[in-house]
Each structure stands twice: as structure tokens, then as C-alpha cells.
Design a protein around this ligand. Structure first.
Ligand SMILES: C[C@H](O)CC(=O)SCCNC(=O)CCNC(=O)[C@H](O)C(C)(C)COP(=O)(O)OP(=O)(O)OC[C@H]1O[C@@H](n2cnc3c(N)ncnc32)[C@H](O)[C@@H]1OP(=O)(O)O
Length: 700
């Protein structure tokens, strides 16, 4: 692979154009940074150079420090970069401190270290579409090349904190209005404008600004301290387990209180320290694992090109179908929604309209865009208009014979190139396609609810699904901004199957004496958005019991048959929809504990023939988390062993995006690896001995 570098080209106007060249995103490898320093020094030495313009090759300024180097540093393959040297010697002394002015010409990306280089230049010219930001916190580190010091001085503390703590990037236009860039120009005039700007600085027609020493945008000290205090409280509230946002705030504060040079020193040492933290290792793993999901051996390496899929038909306008339709129209696809009668169709269309109206309410969609998006939807009651569709997604209720009939009909009405997919979350696709001779184009497109919000798309292939169909769906998934994982066919597929022990073990431990709310609390403290019981309430007991039955049929050897949910269902407690489940809910759906559940628990224990073990009441949150998640790890290993998932990292992404597993723990398998295989094995063996699991009563 070619090494990253920068190039230098001196024009007749006396401007040296230094370009960052390191495809695909012009990341800043150590080679690039040293080459940047060399070329700057050359420009400063040469008498024919009056000023410098820095830009990125092929319309991208830079995507920031080379993240692949993070893994190499963490794995000990290469030494730690000297952040002090890069930030102070290269970025501050050589670039910002140069005795010739420089201007950044920004197109495409200026992220992380990329924006930090641009901020060290004496002015910035940008295109309106450029994307500027400091997303380092997403990787478990903080900006390390001066970003914590220069951004607040360019845009003010409040905006800088918002951009850094939320890893929020902004477009060129907004950057201009904030003062982060000095001018917006079309791409074809970018470099010429930047050259002219640099010469104007030489000729004193424009100011020569060193952003590190700007003070006009900084709030007065007292006010700044209040803003930082608020930011600290917010950071702790949002992710109590994370340290690096707090470190970042400390570093920013240091610069404000003790001056920018002290701030730079603290930033460099903190960056260096965080680079080898567990959080950074996990988040870097997640970054690459997410990108690896769309590289599927034996499918995406065959040289197949995705076909142009434009017309989509969706069967079923229930919660899932309407969510899926929303996801497609929001990404400019024409969608036909089919229902069985006028009333259902109307309800489905209303749901989709409601989803879009929510976007408008949240300020994410204009009224005009709403009208345009909604007009992409067409409701129908028959298959006539299916003759031209490229992709069908069936999202009707989980009933095998109904689905079988639907696919039989689809084969008759849809054109032969049309991809026939099902959104089933559990049913074997071979059964669904049994009556057809189109099994090569039958595939699972399993979305997660709410489908227009949740980022994961599980693409399920059977032994007969053609690679072309998978390639097509991968492409469509990307276009509707989903992260796809390609998996094999079995009950529950990869994601739900891996996670079914999450609720199973929780139910088992409640029968054995653990407290429902203590389990949920331990899981949320670990970083889950909600514990298993709150999740069951949200999904609804009806679905919970039905899927439990499916697992019982497919995996009878390892299903725990708790009576707790069926008992509660008998009393019409079925979760959040009935305002009563494991929790009780007020009208605004706020959950609170409900002592009434104890009577069901007692009954359930009795039916299981067990008495509560008082020892279990004393166990730590760490033990609870392991008791709930290690069985999930065990199932994940089975899923890998059977080839349902081909890469462990796919399950990491699925656990994060489908189940809310905390990304800063790297995903279910990455987390298990951090504990070690023998530790996981020994703990599971321990519990197996302690708890002889009865299987004599009705399923969950
Ligand atoms: C000291 C400094 O303060 C520290 C830093 O700068 S840390 C780095 C800060 N920068 C970032 O976090 C940006 C990370 N990258 C991104 O968000 C996105 O990749 C992007 C917005 C740049 C481009 O997105 P998109 O066009 O969808 O393409 P995407 O598939 O993500 O990336 C394209 C390729 O570039 C790679 N890539 C992207 N950013 C990279 C980076 N900073 N370093 C190394 N590789 C990078 C990806 O791994 C991917 O490689 P692949 O094709 O082999 O899978």
C-alpha cells in the first residue's frame, strides 16, 4: 500500500499549495504529518514562496488522524505517537507560528486532526457542503492536535462544547456563520480564492490571525466556569461510565484558566493517556467492525454490482410495515403500501404520516419536505401495481401459512428480477418460500422497531439465496442509512437468537430469588438503555410469550420455562401498552416500581417448585450483569459456531445497534473477550452446578 504523503507545488503567484494525499479520506498518518512538516519547512525556506495554502487531494481536506494507527498502537505494533511533538512542534510552531501566512482550502471532510490543521492556518476558505467537526470523543479520545484550545477561541465555548462533546459536525454554511471559516465559495473557486486570501494577508489587506491566541469569542471567566460546570453535569448524566468527556472538559478549562499553551500541554498528555484506555480500544473496534459488516466473504468479493432498485412494495401497514415504509420514503424511494382492507390501509398511512410529522415537530424536516416525502407513498389493496416493483418487503403478522400464501402470490405478480423479502423476526425463510420456485430471490430483511429510527438491518440468506440478491439488499440498506449484518437462517436469526437468553436468564434468576428491579438497575448501570424487564414491558408480553414458544420449540434443551409472564397476562398485565407490566406506568408512560408484582413472582416460584435463595439477594451488580449476559455470550458462540454469523464483530455491531449494548464496551463478543474465555466458561459452569434448571412447567 502506498504511504500517505503531502505534495507541494509553488505557483507563479508565490503561493505554495500543499495537498494532503492519503486515500480514501486523506487521513493523517505519521508519514503525512512528517511530510506536512517537511513541505512547510521547504515553503518557509524558499524565497519564491510568499504564502501557503493547505488542501486535501480529490475534494477531501482530511478525515483526521489515521484511526488504523490507533489499533496498531494499542496492539503494541507501533509506538505511541508523540502527541506533544505533533501538536506543539508541528501544528503550533511550524504551521501556526510560521513567518509566512497560510490559508486552509476546505472541501469535503475536515474532521478531527483535519480540522485541527485547518484551525492552525491563519484563515479558512470552505465550500458550503464541507463537513467540519471534532468527533474524537466517539473514539474514546479527545482532540489531540490543539482542537480543545482553538475551537472555543474560534466559535465560543458553548458551541465548541456542543460540537466536541456530542461529536457533532457542521456544514460549511454554519461554520461560516459561527466564524470557524472565513469565506464560502464554490468548489471550482476554492483553491484560487484561498491563494488570493493568503496573498491578501501578506499584503496586509486581510488580518493574520493565530486562533490559539484569539480571545474575543471566549466568554468571561465566571461565565465560562458556569458553562463548564453545566457541561460536566450533562456529560455525567448522559454516560456515567465514561471518563473521557470529563477529561476533555478539564483540558478545555485548563486552557481558559491557565492559558492556551498550558491547555495544549494538558491536551497532549491526556490524549496520549486515553489512547490506550479500554474505552478507546472498544470504540475503535466498533468503528472498524461497523465498516466490516458490508464486506461479506463469498458474496461481496465476487465482483457483483448492485442492481438499481427504485420501486419498493411493502405488505402490511402495522407498526413494522409503516416504520419500514417511512425509512424508505425518507430516503427518496417510491413506496407502494399494500393492506387487506380500507381501514387497515388508512391506519397504516396515518402511522407513516405520524412518523413524518414527528420529524417536522423535532425540526428535522421542513413542511415542504414533508409534503414531498409523503407524496412518495401510494396505498393499494391488490397486487396489480406489483408488476413493476424491484423489491417487496413482507411485514405481516408472524403466521407461517399466511406468509407462505403471500410469497406464492408474489411470485405470480412481481417481475422475475424482483427481490422477495420478509421482515419476519423468527420464522424459517425456507418455510415461507416453500410454495414458490423463486427461492434464490427470497431473503430476510429484518428491521428493528421503530424501523425508521433503529439503525440495524439484519439480512438473512438461506442456502438458496443468490449472492446478487444479498448484494442488492446491502446496497439498498446503505441507501436508507442502515448498518446491515448478513446472517444465516435459523429461529431468531443472529440478533434475536443471541439475545433471547437476556430475558431468559433474568426470568430464571427472579424465580431463584433475585429482585426484578435490581436486575434492571444493574443492567442500566452497566450501560444498557433499559434492563430486561423494562424491555419486555416495552415489547409487550404477547410478543414475549409468542417468541418464547418459538425458542422452546427450536431449542428445548436450553429454554427456561418461567410462568411469570403468562401469570401476569392472565390478569391483563401485558406491559407498557396496558400501563401495567413489571412496572406500572402513568399516562405519559413514565415507569415506576410496582410492589404488586411480588404476588405473581411468588406464584411463579411455587409453580417452578423453587424457594428464593437469600444468598442471591446479596450478590453484586457485577455478578448480576454476568449472570444475565454470559448466557448471551454462550448463545453468541453457538451462532458463530453454526455459521449463522460469520464474523464475531458482526455480532458486536448487532448487539450495539439492535439491543443497545454499550458501544464503549465494544459489543457482546469484544466484551466477553475482555473477560477471557476461561473466565466466562468457569462462571457458566459454576451456575450450572448451583442451579439445576427445572423444565417441567409451561413456557415463558
Ligand atoms: C489527534 C486527533 O485529534 C485525533 C483524530 O483525528 S481521531 C479521527 C477523527 N476523525 C474521525 O473520527 C472521522 C472518522 N471517519 C468517519 O466518520 C467517516 O469514515 C467519514 C465521515 C470520514 C467518511 O464516511 P463514509 O464516506 O461513509 O465512508 P466510510 O466507509 O466511513 O470510510 C471510508 C474508508 O475510510 C476509512 N476511514 C475513514 N476515516 C478514517 C480515518 N480517520 N483514519 C483511517 N481510516 C479512515 C474507513 O475505515 C473506510 O475504510 P474501508 O473502505 O477500508 O472500510
Amino acid at each position: 500500500m502506498e504511504k500517505g504523503r503531502t505534495t507541494i507545488e509553488v505557483g507563479d503567484d508565490g503561493v505554495a499549495l500543499i495537498s494532503i494525499v492519503n486515500p480514501p479520506v486523506n487521513s493523517l498518518s505519521i508519514d503525512v504529518l512528517y511530510s506536512l512538516k517537511d513541505n512547510y519547512e521547504q515553503a518557509l525556506r524558499r524565497d519564491d514562496v510568499k504564502a501557503i495554502v493547505v488542501t486535501g487531494a480529490r475534494g477531501k481536506f482530511s478525515g483526521g488522524f489515521d484511526i488504523s494507527a490507533f489499533s496498531s498502537i494499542q496492539g503494541g505494533k507501533i509506538g505511541q505517537p508523540n502527541a506533544d511533538f505533533i501538536s506543539i512542534e508541528i501544528v503550533t510552531n511550524t504551521l501556526e507560528g510560521a513567518r509566512k501566512p497560510s490559508v486552509a482550502a476546505i472541501d469535503g471532510l475536515a474532521l478531527g486532526g483535519g480540522l485541527e490543521i485547518a484551525m492552525a492556518c491563519h484563515a479558512r476558505v470552505s465550500t458550503s457542503n464541507a463537513q467540519l467537526g471534532l468527533p474524537e470523543l466517539q473514539l474514546g479520545v479527545i482532540p489531540g492536535f490543539g482542537g480543545t484550545q482553538r475551537l472555543p477561541r474560534l466559535v465560543g465555548l458553548t458551541k465548541a462544547l456542543e460540537m466536541i462533546l456530542m461529536s457533532k459536525s457542521i456544514k460549511g454554511e454554519e461554520a461560516y456563520s459561527l466564524g470557524l471559516v472565513d469565506s464560502i465559495v464554490p468548489p471550482d473557486r476554492l483553491v484560487t480564492t484561498a491563494r488570493r486570501w493568503a496573498l491578501d494577508i501578506v499584503e496586509f489587506r486581510r488580518p493574520w490571525i493565530r486562533s490559539l491566541f484569539k480571545t474575543d469569542k471566549l466568554e468571561p471567566l465566571g461565565e465560562a466556569r458556569e458553562i463548564l460546570k453545566f457541561a460536566r453535569a450533562q456529560a455525567q448524566k448522559q454516560a456515567a461510565n465514561l471518563q473521557h468527556p470529563l477529561v476533555c472538559i478539564d483540558v478545555i478549562e485548563e486552557g481558559i484558566v491557565s492559558g492556551p499553551l498550558a491547555g495544549l500541554q494538558k491536551e497532549a498528555s491526556s490524549f496520549q493517556h486515553l489512547l490506550t484506555s479500554d474505552t478507546c480500544k472498544s470504540l475503535v473496534h466498533v468503528f472498524f467492525a461497523q465498516r466490516a459488516t458490508s464486506k461479506v466473504s463469498g458474496i461481496t468479493d465476487l465482483g457483483l454490482k448492485a442492481r438499481n432498485i427504485r420501486k419498493i412494495a411493502i405488505l402490511g401497514g402495522g407498526l413494522m410495515g409503516s416504520g419500514i415504509a417511512t425509512a424508505f420514503i425518507m430516503n427518496n424511494y417510491s413506496v407502494i403500501l399494500k393492506e387487506v382492507n380500507e381501514d387497515f390501509l388508512k391506519a397504516g398511512i396515518e402511522r407513516i404520516k405520524g412518523n413524518l410529522q414527528n420529524q417536522v415537530k423535532k425540526g428535522k424536516m421542513t413542511d415542504e419536505k414533508f409534503e414531498k416525502t409523503f407524496s412518495l407513498l401510494k396505498g393499494v389493496l391488490d397486487y396489480e401495481s406489483f408488476r413493476e416493483v424491484d423489491l417487496v418487503i413482507e411485514a405481516v403478522i408472524e403466521n407461517v401459512s399466511l406468509k407462505r400464501q403471500i410469497f406464492y402470490d408474489l411470485e405470480k405478480y412481481c417481475p422475475p428480477h424482483c427481490v422477495l423479502s420478509s421482515n419476519t423476526s423468527t420464522i424459517d425463510l425456507n418455510l415461507i418460500g416453500e410454495k414458490t420456485s423463486s427461492q434464490d430471490r427470497i431473503v430476510g430483511a429484518h428491521f428493528f422497531s421503530p424501523a425508521h429510527v433503529m439503525p440495524l438491518l439484519e439480512i438473512v440468506r438461506t442456502n438458496k439465496t443468490s449472492p446478487q440478491v444479498v448484494v442488492d439488499l446491502l446496497d439498498v440498506g446503505k441507501k436508507i442509512r442502515k448498518t446491515p449484518v448478513v446472517v444465516g437462517n435459523c429461529t431468531g436469526f443472529a440478533v434475536n437468537r443471541t439475545f433471547f437468553p437476556y430475558t431468559q436468564s433474568a426470568l430464571l434468576f427472579v424465580d431463584r430469588g433475585l429482585d426484578v428491579y435490581k436486575i434492571d438497575h444493574a443492567c442500566t448501570k452497566f450501560g444498557m438503555p433499559m434492563g430486561p424487564f423494562r424491555m419486555i414491558d416495552l415489547v409487550g408480553f404477547g410478543v414475549g410469550v409468542a417468541t418464547g414458544l418459538q425458542y422452546l420449540q427450536s431449542f428445548p434443551d436450553r429454554c427456561y420455562k418461567s410462568m411469570l409472564m403468562p401469570l401476569m397476562l392472565e390478569d391483563k398485565r401485558s406491559g407498557e401498552v396496558t400501563l401495567k407490566g413489571f412496572y406500572k406506568y402513568d399516562k405519559r408512560r413514565k415507569a415506576s416500581v410496582d410492589p404488586e408484582i411480588n404476588k405473581y413472582i411468588e406464584k411463579s416460584r411455587k409453580m417452578a417448585g423453587v424457594t428464593a435463595d437469600p444468598e442471591l439477594l446479596k450478590i453484586s451488580d457485577k455478578d448480576i450483569v454476568e449472570m444475565v449476559f454470559l448466557p448471551v455470550v454462550n448463545e453468541a458462540c453457538r451462532v458463530l459456531d453454526e455459521g449463522i454469523s460469520v464474523k464475531a464483530s458482526d455480532l458486536d455491531i448487532a448487539s450495539i445497534m439492535g439491543m443497545g449494548f454499550p458501544p464503549y464496551r465494544g459489543g457482546i463478543i469484544f466484551w466477553a473477550d475482555s473477560l477471557g474465555a476461561s473466565y466466562v466458561y468457569n462462571r457458566l459452569e459454576e451456575w450450572k452446578k448451583d442451579m439445576v434448571i427445572s423444565s417441567s412447567h409451561a413456557p415463558i
